[in-house]
Design a protein around this ligand. Sequence first.
Ligand code: FES
Ligand SMILES: [Fe+2]
Length: 401
Amino acid sequence: MRIENILGYQIEASVNALKQVLEPIETARGLPNACYTEPASIEAEQRRLFGDGWVCAGFVTDVPSIGDLFPFEFSGLPLFMVRGGDNVIRVFHNVCSHRGSILVEEPKTVKKSVVCPYHSWSYALEGELISSPHIGGPGKHSCPYLDKHSVALSKVRSAEWFNLVFIDLSGLAPEFSEYISPVVQRWKEFEGIPLVHTGVDSTITLEIDCNWKLAIENYCEAYHLPWVHPNLNSYSPLESHYSIVGENFSGQGSDSYSPSFSHEVKEFPTAPGLPSFWETRAEYIALYPNVLLGIHRDHFYAVLITPEGSRRTHERLKIFYYDETVRKSSFDAAREANRKQWQSIFLEDRSAVESMQRGRQSPGFKGGVFSPVMEQTTYAFHAWVARALLEGRGSKVATFD
Ligand code: FES
Ligand SMILES: [Fe+2]
């Protein structure tokens, strides 16, 4: 399929602007303003970033029990997650195979089937059509021409890791294990440790007036710490941070992690079997394209970043612990202190990213430049986005030729 532009510019200008991002860090420019402001850029991203390869779409805890349904929109598509009778989480297009009505409008729990509100066709939690009432006339619930298999719900390839649900809208991406293995390798000491989420008291939701990429790139670097997070910087200073650049992630780590709550607040249990360096280590990475992760010896969190158009972003943060005992009321104060601490840090970041978004209205800003020392991580994300926009992520979906 041919489209006339990528970023709201004619195709040649778009390609030139993206190629500048791919120059060495010393001379590279950041992504052009159009990538943050133009509806055409979101359309290009929907095809080449979100529609071509693995993306994070939700949390395992969105559907904790058999029969739980959780509708959501991703990349302009209505989808829903369901936990089947076999306890497996599946993701389907949230659309009835009959006349295309939306099936699930809000989170709910059903016994055995998903029923369409329009003509009451029902589907098993695993996707097969169960019934199509009166399809053959009043009182006749079958029809010789209906091939039940061809009208099963349309399934989206999905996978789980660290209580997150990932999807591959193309259905053609390399195996999920290949996508996730660089992070698995980095954090291998945490692999297989059960994660405990205690619900709304460990959840933060934010709506931010910025393009989704600004939320990612701000998270990647520690350079802004002294000015945007003076409190955090007082116990986890800039000097103790190091940069992390991986194949499909980048971020920063610190070797001075020590939970900073008052003495009245209980310490959370530490993940079992960690080597001693994790005593003081914390790492924060953005797994491309759209999830922010933070790992510490006593808790883990993930922030699911969902674009809402080119200038608004929805963030959903969930904190996880490593032991069931954190559910006890004796940990209420500690969980609250931890949630509040992260909320205030993410609110501090919000002013910074909303300011950068307003700055991208200015023709006086031409992508900006990077510190070759402090911002290799942000540069890595820009380069990853530019490459994906130019070439896709390799799943052989529709291209811009
Ligand atoms: S559109 Fe769903 S049953 Fe008709
Ligand atoms: Fe920050």
